[in-house]
Write a protein that binds this ligand. Structure first.
Ligand code: NAD
Length: 443
């Protein structure tokens, strides 16, 4: 099939590379000229395991290319995927500027029947807005070319995006058109061979499914963080409680890891957008609002613990930060807990020495050169001359440390662990003051 994808970010690139890999012909369009130039030269601007190989393999096979030429892209694919950003607007709603801009662009260049596939995460009712935007431009052009709009939300996780796209639990398509259904079955056929993973439903249901899924996952995280904070006050250990509840199959172990809050490009904005949708519908979503409030509070936890450990005397201190990305196996720092921590530290007059296996370039891009930020090339370099260590991301490389050596290296024996990677007793035995999340006996 011929497929066009608008937006060459995390979702657009993974979708493009994966669909090309199963034999489709794919053109990826982006408005960012620099990005397209880099991609066309075989350079992948984001870190996602396996993506660079998949892109270069499919470019070499002639099934995947990148361009800024929207006219060429619109003429090319029967399917026109929309995978552009939908950031939070000031009031928390999803900003549809980029999605509607793509709709206009498609309307401007469309000469034959097209299926527009909303893959961006968009509020209920967006497919109708996209339809109206295209129809308006076609009318201005004096055309009545046929087209359909469907919803195909994406559930991939950064860090495991290719695996998720290829072997995800479901492929949701919102449409009431047989023509669209058949085209989507053909598009995803190679991913749908083992069992029928395709869930066809109404467009509005598909749009809401994505928000409900992310809000549910965010709820699990905020719930366990709430209980972790309670455990801290009551002298219980959240890690024991986690095992105690996760063993019940109705609850399960996934997504109940306590930590320093969720971040990334999706949960924060999608939870806010769902809350806004609910408010606008006259049906405020109390639980969703609470999930967001708990998370904002949780992102301050690491700073609060440091502040407590140093009796508020953080000015002039050097703090080693391990992990900048919002989660392991990505370089994405959007809404990452590390950012709340670093920004609070700078405000308090402290210096940061940070290390991340993949996100240091992104950190440099975000914060530029500054005297109170050193980006270390190696994990242990970040500890040199540091008063304390804070762990923000659970990269595998942080799981094994010689604690005796750590105590001797740090100027003060303070370790703040935002991901509960270690046993409090082991660190205590090594002479370290260990502050984790929800582990009452460790503080
Ligand atoms: P991103 O910011 O990484 O990429 C978006 C890209 O779209 C950018 O390269 C930008 O230059 C491009 N763009 C903007 N306007 C354009 C236009 N008019 N024409 C062509 N390209 C244009 O975004 P992302 O993380 O890939 O997310 C895209 C959408 O998918 C969002 O709605 C997001 O919520 C959703 N989503 C993201 C993830 C994720 O893990 N990142 C997972 C599931 C769903």
């Amino acid at each position: 099939m011929k497929i066009t994808i608008f937006g060459s970010g995390y979702v657009g690139l993974v979708t493009g590379a994966c669909l090309a890999d199963v034999g489709h012909d794919v053109i990826c369009i982006d408005v960012d000229e620099q990005k397209v130039a880099r991609l066309s030269a075989g350079e992948v601007p984001i870190y996602e395991p396996g993506l660079e190989n998949l892109i270069s393999k499919n470019m070499a096979a002639g099934r995947l290319r990148f361009t800024t030429d929207a006219a060429e892209g619109v003429a090319f694919g029967l399917l026109q995927f929309v995978a552009v950003g939908t950031p939070s607007d000031e009031d928390g709603s999803a900003d549809l500027t980029y999605v509607l801009k793509v709709a206009e662009t498609i309307g401007q260049h469309m000469e034959s029947y097209k299926i527009i596939v909303d893959k961006s995460t968009v509020p209920v009712g967006t497919a109708s807005k996209v339809e109206r935007a295209i129809a308006k431009v076609l009318e201005q052009r004096g055309l009545s070319t046929e087209f359909d709009v469907c919803s195909n939300p994406e559930f991939l996780k950064e860090g495991a995006a290719i695996e998720d796209f290829s072997r995800g639990s479901r492929i949701v398509v919102g449409t009431d058109s047989e023509r669209v259904k058949n085209a989507m079955l053909e598009c995803y056929g190679p991913y749908n061979r083992q069992r029928d993973k395709m869930l066809f439903m109404g467009v509005r249901s598909a749009e809401l499914t994505k928000y409900a899924a992310n809000a549910m996952l965010a709820t699990k995280i905020s719930f366990i963080n709430e209980v972790a904070n309670l455990a801290e006050h009551l002298g219980a250990d959240i890690e024991e409680v986690r095992h105690g509840i996760g063993s019940d199959p109705r609850i399960g172990y996934s997504f109940i890891y306590p930590g320093c809050g969720y971040g990334g490009s999706c949960f924060p904005k999608d939870v806010k957008a769902l809350a806004h949708t609910a408010e606008a519908a006259g049906h405020p979503a109390d639980m969703v609002n609470a999930v967001e409030r708990v998370n904002s509070r949780q992102k301050n936890k690491l700073f609060e613990k440091l502040y407590e450990a140093f009796d508020g005397q953080l000015a002039g201190k050097t703090i080693a930060v391990w992990g900048l990305a919002f989660k392991p196996n990505t370089d994405d720092m959007r809404e990452a807990p590390s950012r709340s921590l670093m920004e609070s530290l700078w405000e308090a007059g402290a210096r940061v020495q940070a290390y991340d296996p993949e996100a240091t370039d992104e950190c440099r891009r975000l914060y530029g050169e500054r005297d109170d930020l050193v980006l270390a090339d190696k994990r242990d370099e970040a500890l040199e001359g540091a008063h304390a260590l804070v762990i923000c991301t659970e990269w595998k490389a942080f799981r094994t440390i010689d604690f005796e050596w750590l105590r001797k290296t740090l100027l003060e024996p303070v370790v703040i662990d935002g991901r509960n990677l270690f046993s409090p007793n082991t660190l205590k035995a090594a002479g370290l003051s260990y502050y984790a999340i929800g582990r009452g006996d460790s503080v």
